[in-house]
Design a protein around this ligand. Structure first.
Ligand code: AMP
Ligand code: ZN
Length: 278
């Protein structure tokens, strides 16, 4: 896939799934990785009104390098940047939260970090007045998620998945969208490298041993001999998704009794973690 084909594919996803309007206030959640940096660049190029939001995880040199790149890239693109630090938002560093939580519950590093990141990102995007929250999720992420839900024995967990997340209209829940949903990770990397984006390509140091990482390795291995399996997984899931959604009671979404953020349960996952670090 060359640069033009890559850009066309992302644009097609935006149009086909009606992901964005030119009048939308768009916030792109950027980690500093190839996916989110590429999506920020593309939306700017397509003429959307975008701002960037970054959560600084304060994980030493790793986070410093990302923050440095993000500042440089956003200023080059003239995209307003909002940075929030985990320590300021949650009172502790991500590393300290992880070690306390892991001593009390069977949760993986990436799960803890993901839940807390999403909690801060949704809250901040809403406070910034976002109509849409864009993430850099790609085809690899999407196929891994479908498979992980399958392996858990519950495809219904993924009922909110797809290029457009959060089908529930809720004033507290900013709709998340994924323009790179059908683009393989390798193609995103090729694009980012060929465009010479300031990006660190190594994975987060915490990823080793994570369940998702094992699924990634397994899918990569199978795909090396069977082309298109990631696309097949995602497309077949999207075919049955309307039926899954019909079976779900979306009035399920309520507000967490503790923090007031949208939640499917009485207490949201982030607050369960907060209780453990009190
Ligand atoms: P991950 O869960 O690390 O695969 O990240 C998925 C998406 O979440 C990325 O493509 C970004 O859009 C967003 N994201 C991840 N980490 C951060 C962060 N530290 N700050 C803001 N957005 C992030
Ligand atoms: Zn909560």
């Amino acid at each position: 896939m060359n640069q033009k084909q890559f850009e066309r594919k992302a644009k097609k996803t935006i149009q086909k799934y009606n992901l964005l309007k030119k009048s939308d206030n768009i916030i792109v959640a950027i980690s500093g990785g190839k996916d989110s940096m590429s999506v920020l660049y593309l939306l700017k190029k397509f003429g959307y009104k975008v701002e960037a939001l970054h959560i600084n995880l304060e994980m030493g040199k790793w986070s410093e390098a990302h923050l440095h790149n993000i500042k440089e890239f956003c200023s080059e693109l003239k995209a307003p940047l909002h940075v929030y630090s985990v320590r300021k938002e949650l009172g502790r560093s991500m590393c300290s939260i992880k070690s306390i939580v892991k001593s009390k519950a069977k949760l993986q590093d990436c799960t803890i970090c993901g839940i807390l990141r999403r909690w801060i990102i949704n809250k901040k995007a809403r406070q910034l007045g976002a109509d849409k929250l864009v993430t850099g999720h790609n085809l690899d992420d999407a196929s891994q998620t479908v498979l992980m839900n399958y392996f858990k024995g519950n495809l219904m967990i993924g009922v909110n998945e797809g290029p457009k997340v959060g089908i529930i209209e809720d004033k507290k829940f900013v709709q998340r969208i994924k323009p790179l949903y059908f683009i393989p990770e390798k193609e995103v990397e090729n694009y980012s490298r060929s465009m010479k984006f300031p990006v660190v390509y190594e994975r987060c140091p915490c990823v080793v041993g994570a369940y998702r990482h094992k699924i990634r390795q397994m899918l990569d291995e199978i795909e090396s001999e069977n082309k298109n399996i990631k696309e097949n997984i995602v497309k077949s899931f999207l075919k049955i998704l309307p039926k899954l959604r019909k079976k779900t009671d979306f009035h399920d979404l309520r507000y967490c009794k503790s923090c007031g953020e949208p939640s499917r349960n009485e207490i949201c996952k982030a607050c369960i973690i907060f209780q453990k670090i009190k």
